[in-house]
Design a protein around this ligand. Structure first.
Ligand SMILES: Nc1nc2c(c(=O)[nH]1)N[C@H]1C(S)=C(S)[C@@H](COP(=O)(O)OP(=O)(O)OC[C@H]3O[C@@H](n4cnc5c(=O)[nH]c(N)nc54)[C@H](O)[C@@H]3O)O[C@H]1N2
Ligand SMILES: Nc1nc2c(c(=O)[nH]1)N[C@H]1C(S)=C(S)[C@@H](COP(=O)(O)OP(=O)(O)OC[C@H]3O[C@@H](n4cnc5c(=O)[nH]c(N)nc54)[C@H](O)[C@@H]3O)O[C@H]1N2
Ligand code: SF4
Ligand SMILES: [Mo]
Length: 716
């Protein structure tokens, strides 16, 4: 029997609509869905791999328990009970904070896991909550909280209407866009050019996105804050600022004073971008009919990640491009998570309400920076983490100084992982609880509809029923949350999986109906049923201006210069002085990362079709540096940092700035007892065995991956 299913891909942020053909319970083809009004048929090579992910023989299908003789398959009730008891035991012996939690990136691509996982995590009542946020977008959320009053009021580039886009530290043509859900980004960037606009890229590497840009400027890693300050200074000098609009004139004055205290010549020396180039960019930006500045991981994962995100918002605001078509705008999603009256409202945020035990790093919105995780496990004393729960993550490969974390996890009293695979992290678990894979569960994108470049919505029905004896992420967490209550109350534990009457779909139905386009709120046709009738998705129109009513600050003004940023000024200035007087010894190179279209962080390397072609885990080096350090193409080099040393093949290319080298993250599948057969044939090495857990943005606590000082030499 042949059937056609429609659902969107949940692997990255782009949410591409897929047309999935199934014959006799096997997927026969996955293509882009041309009738999806948002993605318009776009798909990348990873989308079709949902089939192989579903069929992957390495995927875990039954709960696993680590025993003396290896992994043993056990029943769900046994696994869930032993996990609940294990966690309870650690907490009753050592206190609630003795259990740590790490939520990986795919958590936010799985609404069931988010909705029910949250209930379970709340039950644990631990402060030791970590996630991929603090190796990623923490500065974006922090500045949204400070400037707009809500951590999820993140400004989104109105890419379809802008006439000038300035991109820093993002490579959307490889990553398919981030904090800008934008399927088919190559075409949308090209459309800017076709309508007479332009886009400009600031990046230490001439990336796939930079290669097609109107202009590309190399920048020294970690110096973007000064480049952005330079632009702000020029905007003031050239009288291109607007305002006050939605902010006070005192704030504008404070900003001007700050920017004018950084000299343009010094900025040019430090960043490698000339004063003329800065001036050209600033003036073209300001004089464009509309313009938007966008910065992504390359500028959030650095020493001044928070300052960078602040200045990006500032540039959009003072040129009149904040909250206007073609500038930086805000979504009004079908399930609103920002409006305090919404049934799905989330916390506006919190900052520094408490700190990590060892290093005193600040909390953000109930989470602590993951750069501190290993030391919280390794450092003895009250409050030490003795047990971990990991969900959909691989922090051994994805967080700084991963080797240290690897070692820390080995010594835990108890660890449970909810994951599809035995990866570099979950191999340390005592129990692995495997959920269904994407094609077996329904999905509503709670997160990426909020960050989309158009208001859009769809509901994704499962393609297959779950295999016998498999549970969804949400079912695992719904059970565990209740089972913890039983254990704590000293009651006998249920011998069956505890069913929940509340389902993620029912929660979404309620939220859709009550939401800004819903039937119950009388504002539109949306309900779960309506979305099921429209399987290609529903377009809700372009982004609309929403200031001041949607601003979540008390006075409904945007805070142009948050006090916390001013508090970071001394650090910003002293680093500036340090850069100015930096006597380059010529021995040090600055390490950055990169992404490849056919990868997805650490976990798609097990898909054989994605792994064909040239070796991907290489050290990119500029020809001049290769000569300087005696490196030859395709030969091995030793790269060494404060925390570690790895050996990696060299790729000589003029597409990287001199003084900079690059290695992609997510590789390093060489550790023992990992069950990733294909990935093990393309193991590569982990860049995060070089990145430094002590290198952070001291203001936000975010990891500073960009610009790690390393030495490089030939391996033989
Ligand atoms: N040096 C350097 N390090 C980086 C980065 C960088 O640019 N440079 N990028 C950082 C960024 S932005 C991020 S987001 C992190 C990502 O880092 P992590 O979130 O720690 O790791 P992933 O590789 O995304 O985790 C994948 C795991 O999730 C599991 N998984 C997938 N789908 C599901 C699901 O539906 N349910 C469950 N339970 N499990 C699932 C997979 O089986 C796999 O084991 O890496 C960060 N690390
Ligand atoms: N194919 C693929 N797609 C993905 C992922 C993946 O692993 N593979 N991961 C997903 C995830 S979790 C995320 S968060 C997004 C990230 O999406 P993007 O932010 O677009 O990610 P990258 O491609 O790593 O782009 C970061 C860029 O920053 C540059 N950079 C590094 N340091 C600096 C610096 O100091 N200054 C400046 N100006 N630039 C710098 C790098 O050279 C790189 O080109 O991608 C998502 N999509
Ligand atoms: S671009 Fe992202 S959402 Fe689209 S098919 Fe590729 S991985 Fe899936
Ligand atoms: Mo990410």
């Amino acid at each position: 029997m042949q059937e056609t299913h429609y659902r969107s891909c949940n692997l990255c942020e782009a949410m591409c609509g897929l047309t999935i053909e199934v014959e006799d319970s096997r997927v026969t083809s996955i293509k882009g869905d041309k009738e999806d009004p948002f993605s318009r048929g776009h798909i990348c090579p990873k989308g079709t791999e949902l089939k192989n992910l579903y069929e992957d023989p390495d995927r875990i299908k039954r709960p696993l328990k680590r025993t003396e003789s290896g992994w043993e398959e056990i029943s769900w009730p046994q696994a869930l009970s032993e996990v609940a008891r294990g966690l309870h035991e650690v907490q009753s012996k050592h206190g609630n904070d003795a259990v740590g939690v790490y939520l990986g990136n795919p958590t936010v691509h799985n609404y069931g896991s988010m909705l029910m996982g949250q209930k379970f995590v709340n039950r644990l009542k631990t402060r030791n909550l970590f996630s991929a946020t603090s190796v990623d977008q923490l500065p974006h959320q922090l500045l949204a909280y400070w400037m707009f009053g809500h951590q999820l009021m993140i400004p989104i580039p109105d890419i379809d209407r802008t006439q000038y886009m300035l991109i820093l530290g993002g490579n959307p043509i490889a990553s398919n866009g981030s904090l800008m859900t934008v399927p088919d980004v190559r075409k949308r960037l090209n459309d800017i050019q076709k309508r007479g606009g332009k886009y400009v890229v600031i990046d230490p590497r001439k990336t796939e996105t930079a290669a097609l840009a109107d202009e590309h400027h190399f920048i020294r890693p970690g110096t973007d804050a000064y480049f952005l300050l330079g632009l702000v200074r020029i905007l003031f000098e050239e009288k291109r600022t607007q305002g006050p609009v939605h902010y006070s004139s005192e704030e504008l004055q404070k900003l001007e004073n700050l920017a004018k205290s950084y000299e343009l010549d010094a900025i040019a020396n430090i960043t490698g971008i000339s004063v003329e180039s800065m001036r050209k960019i600033a003036l073209e930006f300001a004089d464009s009919e509309s313009a938007v500045c966008y910065g992504r991981v390359g500028v959030s994962m650095q020493e001044f990640g928070a300052v960078c995100q602040w200045l990006i918002n500032v540039i959009n605001a003072i040129t009149g491009n904040m909250d206007r078509p073609g500038g930086a705008m805000f979504t009004l999603p079908a399930v609103d998570v920002v409006d305090p009256k919404s049934v799905m409202r989330t916390s506006p945020g919190s900052f520094n309400d408490y700190q990590t035990r060892v290093r005193g790093l600040p909390e953000f919105s109930g989470e602590l920076p993951v750069s501190a995780l290993a030391e919280e496990i390794l450092t003895e004393g009250p409050g030490q983490i003795r047990a971990m729960v990991t969900n959909a993550g691989n922090p051994v490969l994805s967080t700084p100084n991963g080797a240290q974390l690897d070692q820390a996890l080995e010594g835990l009293e108890f660890m449970v992982s909810v994951d599809l695979y035995l990866n570099e992290t979950t191999r340390h678990a005592h129990y692995i609880l495997p959920p269904t894979s994407a094609l077996e569960h329904d999905h509503y994108d709670l997160v990426f509809n909020v960050f989309a470049v158009r208001n859009t919505t769809r509901f994704n029905e499962p393609v297959f029923a779950p295999e016998d004896g498999m549970l969804h992420d949400w079912q695992i967490y719904a059970d565990l949350a209740k089972r913890m209550d039983f254990v704590r109350a000293g009651k006998p534990l249920p011998e069956k999986v505890i069913e929940s009457r509340l389902t993620p779909a029912s929660m979404i139905d309620y939220a859709l109906q009550a939401g800004p386009y819903g039937t119950r709120s009388g504002k539109g046709p949306l309900s779960l049923e309506h979305l099921k009738q429209n399987p290609h998705g529903v377009d809700l129109g372009p982004l609309q201006p929403c200031f001041p009513h949607r601003l979540c600050t008390e006075d409904h003004l945007l805070r142009l210069v948050p006090a916390e940023i001013l508090g970071d000024e001394d650090r910003l200035r002293s680093r500036f002085e340090q850069w100015k007087s930096d006597q380059k010894n010529g021995k040090e190179l600055l390490l950055i990362g990169r992404r490849h279209l056919r990868s997805n962080n650490s976990w798609m390397h097990n898909m054989a079709k994605l792994m064909t072609g040239k070796e991907r885990c290489t050290l990119m080096v500029h020809p001049d540096d290769a000569t300087r350090f005696g490196l030859s193409d395709a030969r091995q080099a030793v790269v060494e940092s404060r925390v570690g040393k790895i050996t990696v093949p060299v790729e000589i290319t003029a597409d990287i700035m001199t003084g900079v080298v690059s290695i992609p993250h997510g590789f390093g599948h060489t550790r023992k007892n990992v069950r990733w057969q294909v990935a093990s044939e393309h193991p590569g090495v982990s860049i995060n065995d070089l990145t430094d857990d002590q290198a952070i943005d001291a203001l936000s606590g975010n990891a500073a991956f960009s610009g790690v000082p390393v030495s490089v030499r030939p391996a033989d």
